[in-house]
Design a protein around this ligand. Structure first.
Ligand SMILES: [Zn+2]
Ligand SMILES: [Zn+2]
Length: 698
């Protein structure tokens, strides 16, 4: 179909009135500028058809129209324009314009294809073409393509051009290859502030904060600008380097840059991340303009310093001031709700998101999935996931993680397979959830299949989390020897997460010898973690080695480790109720303990025997009694008393739940026909009809 015809038809379809005929070239330029400013695609297509019908297809007009189409957000129109104009492919300027726009629109492969096509037609790239194609390769997976361009650059002798070399080092930095970037930087005959800033930004991006600060110190003679300052502040935030951050703040004030959004936002962020939350708030409230990013930084700062309620207050203030929240605001806020497992608040934000039409954003919908998951509502999480239109790997990973956390390991693995079929490339963190799910189901073969595919297929080096999952998997099915060999063969030094998984397995399968050896390593690695001492003591106790168990507890005392006291929360009608071990402070204490007594009797009739090995720190003979004062049991009893029949009981706990409480929850879910969800420090336990989603392994 003729393009002009197509365009005319599409413009008529919108019912746009016909423009008057353009008589001269400046007229067309004027209209093109107007269309670009207004982002008006209809207008642009009209001008296009006029250009065609009045036969004014000069290269200058085509180039301008290309940019206008891109500015109006339609790369398709731009490509179509290029393809239908034979003259377009004769000019390096037009090629460069096309490549620039393809890069902009994140179409790296199309940009590279165009670049190669241009060269085969015998047109030499100039410095602008190189500066256009380099950003297209700015992704770790495109490093080799970037290197090829680098080689070409040398061939055409553009590598000494400051403009091109800066684009080149920026490309390497984005690919995560800072050593290549440094090489380019070192060989540059001339450097300007932009080149220095690119280095600083690159170091920050690659989390090499110390190097970023070093680079900034050198740039000081060149009169750093807002980009230099805001990047170095991010480096200070990353390193929690308050001293240098304050110095930078001083220079910023001296230079009068503090009023710039960009700089102020970085300052607020730096103070938040360095733990000076009050200074950040002061800076934030100290007059001056605030844009949505400033608000987001502040909200994120609250989340970071665990002031979750404050985060919500800021959100409301923001709306009151008439600032429209964006994707980042919603994501941080949902993160806050997830952290405190505040389902009611999270649901409220969901409504906001729906009203403001941010549901389409992948980042927001994945945050929603995570929020519902962490608040214990698998149903709602899946609902959001099902409604998401624009999936990316983060959404898939979020849903896979939620499935796994809720004990639906098979669903997690199925979803992962589906994701692969859709051609989505998994990430590092995706594999953590998938391998955990495999561990959950005890699928050793599947686990190893996915584990091996990480490096072989997806070029992701397995990290400590993945090794810990594999150890957990082998340990769970009782293949302790194999797990031990697996650890010994690890190419990286195993950390406490790997050994911790192994110790858990030794505990579960009652292997005293291995347990002792591993626990000793753990005592060295993390002498302050009470969990390891408790686990080893439990292993001894189970084998009747009471003296050894006491010895471990003594060691715990010598090392000054105190067991954190258990603490559980339960939400009733938007209010959080906290219970400590042995808590008798609640106004309905009497009823709570009576409820527990009744529950115990009902359970005993069904064969419950107290697992007294979990009763630590108690006088002999009163173990059973002390077990029944655990915080999650108190929260459960309260929930059973006050929540309407049939509604689920959601409990959060600051430590791992103990074996006895776990058993009690199982019984209670059957006796009272209630769904009970306990989120402990490690995972979710979802008790339905007498069994738990963790399959009794945690
Ligand atoms: Zn307990
Ligand atoms: Zn469980």
């Amino acid at each position: 179909m003729k393009l002009a015809l197509l365009i005319r038809r599409s413009s008529n379809q919108y019912g746009v009135p016909k423009l008057h005929r353009f008589s001269s070239v400046p007229d067309i330029k004027l209209h093109l500028n107007k269309a670009a400013k207004l982002n008006n695609l209809k207008h642009a297509t009209q001008i296009h058809s006029q250009i065609v019908t009045t036969n004014q297809t000069s290269l200058g007009n085509i180039n301008s129209l290309l940019v206008v189409y891109a500015k109006c957000g339609s790369i398709k129109h731009a490509v179509l324009l290029f393809d239908t104009n034979p003259r377009a492919s004769t000019s390096v300027v037009t090629w460069t314009t096309l490549i620039t726009q393809l890069s902009h629109f994140n179409k790296p492969f199309q940009a590279l294809t165009s670049f190669n096509l241009m060269r085969t037609t015998g047109i030499y790239p100039n410095q602008f073409t190189f500066s256009a194609i380099l950003p297209a390769c700015a992704h770790p997976s495109l490093l080799s393509q970037g290197q090829q361009i680098h080689a070409l650059l040398h061939k055409h002798a553009f590598h000494t051009d400051t403009f091109v070399a800066t684009a080149l080092l920026h490309m390497y930095a984005e690919c995560g290859s800072m050593s290549f970037a440094e090489n380019v930087f070192d060989q540059m005959p001339h450097r300007n502030l932009v080149s220095w800033n690119s280095m600083i930004v690159g170091f920050v991006k690659n989390k090499m904060y110390g190097r970023a600060i070093g680079c900034f110190r050198e740039v000081h003679s060149l009169d750093p600008d807002q980009v230099s300052f805001s990047s170095v502040l991010s480096a200070c935030a990353g390193l929690v380097e308050l001293g240098f951050g304050k110095q930078a703040h001083g220079s910023i004030v001296k230079r009068g840059l503090v009023g710039l959004f960009y700089v102020k936002n970085s300052l607020v962020d730096m103070y938040c991340k360095c733990g000076l939350f009050e200074d950040a708030t002061k800076l934030f409230c100290d007059g001056g303009d605030r844009d949505v990013v400033t608000w987001n930084v502040m909200i994120m700062g609250c989340v970071h310093s665990q002031n979750f309620e404050q985060a919500c207050t800021f959100f409301q203030d923001m709306i009151r001031e008439g600032v429209k929240p964006d994707e980042a605001s919603y994501s941080s806020l949902l993160h806050a709700s997830a952290s405190i497992a505040a389902l009611a608040q999270g649901t409220l934000i969901h409504c906001h998101v729906l009203k403001t039409g941010h549901m389409k954003n992948a980042c927001v919908s994945s945050s929603l999935v995570t929020m519902y998951g962490k608040c214990g509502s698998l149903f709602d999480a899946y609902g959001v996931f099902g409604e998401t239109k624009d999936f990316n790997v983060v959404c898939w990973t979020a849903m896979i993680t939620v499935f796994h956390q809720h004990g639906c390991a098979n669903e997690a693995i199925e979803l992962f397979e589906e994701m692969l079929k859709e051609g989505i490339v998994p990430e590092y963190i995706t594999f953590v959830s998938v391998l955990s799910a495999c561990s959950h189901t005890g699928k050793v073969d599947d686990g190893f299949k996915y584990f091996n595919s990480m490096a072989e297929v997806h070029k992701i080096e397995p990290g400590l989390e993945h090794y810990a999952c594999m150890v957990d998997l082998l340990g769970r099915v009782g293949r302790l020897e194999e797990a031990w060999r697996f650890i010994k063969l690890m190419p990286i030094e195993p950390d406490s997460s790997v050994w911790g998984a192994f110790l858990g397995a030794c505990g579960k399968h009652g292997n005293v010898e291995m347990g002792r050896e591993v626990a000793e390593r753990l005592f060295e690695l993390e002498p302050d973690n009470p969990g390891n001492y408790v686990l080893l003591a439990n292993i001894y106790t189970r084998h009747g080695m009471l003296e050894e168990a006491d010895e471990v507890r003594r060691l715990m005392g010598i090392n000054g480790v105190r067991k954190e006291t258990g603490c559980s929360w339960i939400d009733v009608k938007n209010r959080s109720f906290v219970f400590n071990v042995n808590d008798r402070s609640h106004s309905r204490t009497q009823e709570i303990y009576e409820m527990l007594k009744k529950l115990k009797e009902l359970m005993k009739r069904r064969g419950y025997v107290a697992e007294t090995q979990f009763a630590t720190n108690s006088v002999e003979g009163s173990e059973e009694q002390s077990l029944w004062c655990h915080s999650e049991k108190l929260a459960l009893a309260f929930g059973l008393l006050v929540l309407p029949p049939g509604s689920p009981v959601r409990i959060k706990k600051n430590l791992r739940t103990c074996g006895d409480c776990h058993t009690v929850m199982k019984f209670a879910s059957e006796i009272y026909q209630r769904e009970i969800i306990v989120r402990d420090i490690n995972r979710f336990h979802r008790f339905i009809n007498g069994s738990c989603s963790c399959r009794d392994y945690w």
